[in-house]
Design a binder for this molecule. Structure first.
Ligand code: PEP
Ligand code: MG
Length: 311
């Protein structure tokens, strides 16, 4: 039934009573961007740039990077694209950026920490994104992964703004969720990466299948951190999206909407299912589902409670 609804869903994302939630897609290159451009999504919520460089030994120059980013931006026409700066390290080793032989790479110098260690690396990427954005019809936003503190958010925001880009940061570390209101003093939006936020909240490696139950995006403690970030966004009047695996689950999308999340970005194949499900529920049902899921003591109970309310 959801499959049929997804096939006929044309967007834009909204609950049955008209509460808007942007339905976005995750991409990694021009080909995947062209594939999602045919779908009824409102743009790209996560362009994982590090995946463009997994086979590169040396850092491409600014012009060459701009050439790599441009097809993604142009594929989406006038729709928004959120470009994430390099999230190298840990599960995504990029030869020219990653620090070799760290004892614990998931807790090491990864993501934006690499840019702080080598400012040139980040500045060249921001310059390339800005060059590509200059040729795009749509809005281009940029965000940093693995941000832990307000200082780091301020640091990234000033560098991105200096080349004319709209800055945001990802919420992937519990400290960032807890201080979402402070981060929003500096950046224009937040995007919650539930894959890493779960990993760091439960101290459970996302690459270890036997720990999958702890990395379940329905874990009530994870939902609580998302609620804090969503509330901070509402108070600041700034968007707070979700771009991790959680955003691909249509039932969880209802809960996230109820928490106050403003956009959901998932694989191009999942996005229409999410949009279709949301169109069948009211904002009030979403809010009730969110409240019930937060109060549940296990992921299973949270799911059941949400299902009972949203159908
Ligand atoms: C996340 O951590 O949820 C996320 C979207 O980023 P990635 O999966 O690329 O680490
Ligand atoms: Mg991540």
């Amino acid at each position: 039934k959801v499959g049929e609804a997804a096939a006929s869903w044309t967007g834009p994302g909204a609950t049955s009573d008209g509460h808007r939630v942007e339905i976005l897609a995750n991409v990694q290159d021009g080909a995947s961007a062209r594939a999602v451009a045919d779908k009824p999504v409102e743009g790209v919520g996560l362009f994982r740039t590090e995946l463009c460089f997994l086979d590169r030994e040396t850092e491409p120059g600014v012009e060459e990077q701009a050439e790599i980013y441009r097809p993604v931006l142009t594929a989406l026409g006038s729709r928004k694209v959120v470009v994430r700066t390099l999230d190298a390290g840990s599960d995504k080793p990029v030869a020219f950026a990653t620090i070799p032989d760290e004892p614990n790479p998931a807790l090491g110098v990864r993501g934006m920490r690499l840019g702080q260690r080598d400012e040139g690396l980040l500045d060249r990427q921001l310059e390339a994104i800005a060059q590509a954005a200059a040729d795009s019809e749509g809005p281009v936003w940029t965000m940093a992964p693995m941000v832990a503190t307000e200082d780091e958010a301020a640091w990234f925001a000033s560098r991105a703004r200096s080349v004319g880009l709209v800055p945001g940061v990802m919420i992937e570390i519990p400290s960032a969720a807890l201080h979402a209101d402070r981060l929003l003093r500096h950046v224009d939006f937040l995007s919650i990466g539930t894959n890493d936020l779960a990993q760091y909240t439960f101290a459970a490696d996302r690459m270890t299948p036997s720990l999958a139950a702890l990395n379940d995006p329905w874990q009530p403690a994870l939902l609580e951190l998302m609620a804090i970030a969503a509330r901070a966004g509402q108070e600041a009047g700034k968007p707070v999206g979700v771009c991790g695996e959680a955003a691909a689950d249509p039932l969880l999308a209802c809960v996230l909407t109820g928490l106050g999340i403003t956009s959901l970005s998932s694989a191009g194949t999942a996005a229409p299912l999410v949009g279709a499900k949301l169109s069948t529920v009211t904002l009030e049902q979403c809010q009730q589902a969110a409240e019930a899921a937060l109060a549940a003591s296990t992921p299973e109970a949270a799911r059941e409670a949400a299902r009972a309310i949203t159908g």
